[in-house]
Design a protein around this ligand. Structure first.
Ligand code: NAG
Ligand code: NAG
Ligand code: NAG
Ligand code: NAG
Ligand code: NAG
Ligand code: NAG
Length: 476
């Protein structure tokens, strides 16, 4: 049994979704002090906003930003910077400490010195996995296609930190009103903007730092979890970039979890690629995670035990997160991922895991047990043939004892493994968030891929709307 607090912390951090609601029953209450802050925020919110700008069609696209330009709303600070707050008020275990430092990248991970090349220690950070709303905000403000003129914009970026807004209520007995407070106010604010009214939000985009399920609260009071932001009718037209999307919801777009690697240049990327390509991997596979006794059919527990058994011969490297604090990264995790050809990536309460990205950046091949962990999630980022860069073993076959992990992985020849690892290494530049000032000479990082994708999507939709309205004009 792993009953220590750290394992619980990790469980809550790495997980969520429909099934978590029933497990959340008793947690420390957040102080009344925080609630009183909202009263202050209501007052801020109710102050008058400037008159809406005039409406006009976007001008012809210019050469540099072919797909269009992005306008970033200046929101009242209650929707973003006020939410970053202090280390203490964000959640019961303070794991978000430092979430906003270095533009969302966090402190330098000096603990990796001696494991990774010295020249790259500066580009590895203790990045919080839920910091993408801060990272994107910071980067979009400096984007070359940002415009200060809303009438020139193809896309409207809403820098609302929705994940941080709900994050502090997830583990408390907070009311529905508390959980939805910021979301409700945000909708009111944005509905008051003329460019929102022009499109009903369909050319608007925001980033959710947490998984989509944290914003889709169910009506069953027994399964109360998160806010109801994405259930709100006004949100149905808005594109959301999120680390775990709801399959089948066109407005949800999957973006990579932020990892600790933030290269400054193509030189950093190439140095890292060459480092992980040539690393002497002495184990076949690794498992980084904790058992989950509270979940029936606990595949994590099974994989942990399998790995522990195989660690005797050196075939598997185990990092038990009930013992090692995994939440903020550690040198033990890095060494295990670098030292193994494959990494096991079971689902938790939700399907996705930051660890999938940690694994690939370390140049190891992810082994998946649910397709929704990756294949249905990150289509802007991953090659079409999943078998080229990953291994899939159905979780039912593992649970039923029909397939042995070692048996499946040992069947791959040295050459086949090398080839898969090479595909993984090719993907790295696209799934990292590079340092803001970097010049990757045409290598698009995860942020740039997302911005391009959103611009393309909005431009296509706008062109379609124009065609439709042409068709609808009588006599045309
Ligand atoms: C909406 O705009 C009007 C006029 O600018 C302003 O009086 C009102 O307070 C605004 N409402 C909100 C919720 O921002
Ligand atoms: C926005 O939504 C309202 C209410 O559904 C509708 O009346 C209006 O035509 C919509 N406007 C646009 C531009 O789609
Ligand atoms: C890789 O590590 C193994 C085990 O420690 C060792 O025997 C082998 O010589 C190493 N290979 C290289 C190329 O360093
Ligand atoms: C691990 O080894 C023990 C002892 O040999 C065995 O009883 C157990 O079934 C093994 N567990 C797994 C998951 O392989
Ligand atoms: C990671 O988190 C633990 C517990 O929250 C903390 O004690 C430790 O100092 C952190 N380590 C790093 C490298 O930030
Ligand atoms: C980025 O680097 C490339 C090649 O090294 C260079 O041609 C280009 O001008 C640089 N761009 C910027 C913005 O510095």
């Amino acid at each position: 049994m792993f009953t220590c607090k750290k394992s619980k912390t990790l469980q809550f951090i790495t997980n969520t979704s429909h099934s978590i609601h029933s497990q959340i029953t008793s947690h420390p209450r957040i102080s009344l002090f925080i609630f009183s802050l909202f009263l202050v925020q209501i007052i801020i919110l109710c102050s008058p906003s400037p008159p809406p700008p005039p409406v006009s069609l976007p001008p012809p696209v210019d050469d540099k930003c072919k797909e269009g330009q992005v306008y970033v709303y200046e929101l009242p600070t209650m929707f973003n910077s006020d939410l970053v707050g202090t280390c203490e008020d964000l959640d019961p275990w303070h794991w978000q400490c430092g979430v906003a430092t270095n533009g969302g990248y966090g402190m330098t991970a000096t603990e990796l010195a001696g494991i990774i090349p010295e020249s790259l220690v500066q580009v590895w950070h203790r990045t919080n996995q839920f910091s993408s709303e801060i990272i994107f905000h910071n980067r979009i403000l400096k984007h070359k296609c940002r415009t200060m003129e809303p009438e020139a914009a193809t896309a409207f970026y809403i820098p609302f930190y929705a994940g941080l807004a709900v994050g502090k209520y997830l583990f408390t007995d907070s009311t529905n009103e508390e959980r939805d407070f910021h979301a409700v106010q945000l909708i009111k604010w944005v509905q008051n903007q003329s460019y929102w009214r022009r499109s009903n939000g369909s050319d608007h985009v925001l980033v959710l730092g947490r998984i989509t399920w944290d914003f889709r609260r169910l009506t069953d009071p027994e399964k109360r979890w998160g806010s109801t932001f994405l259930n709100m009718p006004e949100m149905q037209t808005v594109t959301r970039l999120t680390i775990e999307r709801a399959p089948g919801d066109y407005q949800d777009v999957g973006i990579p979890y932020p990892t600790g690697f933030h290269p400054r240049s193509i030189t950093d990327i190439q140095a890292w690629q060459s480092f992980v390509r040539t690393y002497n991997r002495t184990s076949l596979f690794t498992f980084v995670g904790a058992a989950r006794e509270d979940v029936g059919d606990d595949i994590r527990g099974l994989l942990l035990q399998t790995c522990r058994n195989e660690s005797v011969s050196g075939t598997c490297r185990v990092v038990d997160c009930a013992v090692t604090p995994c939440a903020n990264g550690s040198s033990a995790i890095m060494e295990s991922l670098l030292g193994s050809e494959f990494c096991l990536q079971p689902r938790g309460d939700s399907f996705t895991r930051r660890s999938v990205f940690d694994c690939m950046i370390a140049g190891a091949v992810p082994v998946l047990f649910w397709t929704r962990t990756m294949y249905d999630q990150y289509e802007w980022y991953l090659p079409e043939e999943p078998e080229s860069y990953s291994v899939f073993i159905d979780h039912d076959d593992v649970s039923a004892g029909k397939k042995s992990i070692k048996g499946v992985l040992e069947k791959y020849s040295k050459e086949a493994v090398k080839e898969m690892r090479e595909r993984v290494i090719e993907i790295i530049p696209k799934i990292v968030y590079s340092d803001e000032g970097s010049n990757n000479s045409g290598m698009k990082d995860a942020f740039e891929v997302a911005v391009d994708g959103v611009m393309r999507r909005f431009k296509t939709e706008r062109d379609q709307r124009r065609q439709e309205s042409d068709v609808n004009v009588p006599g045309n």
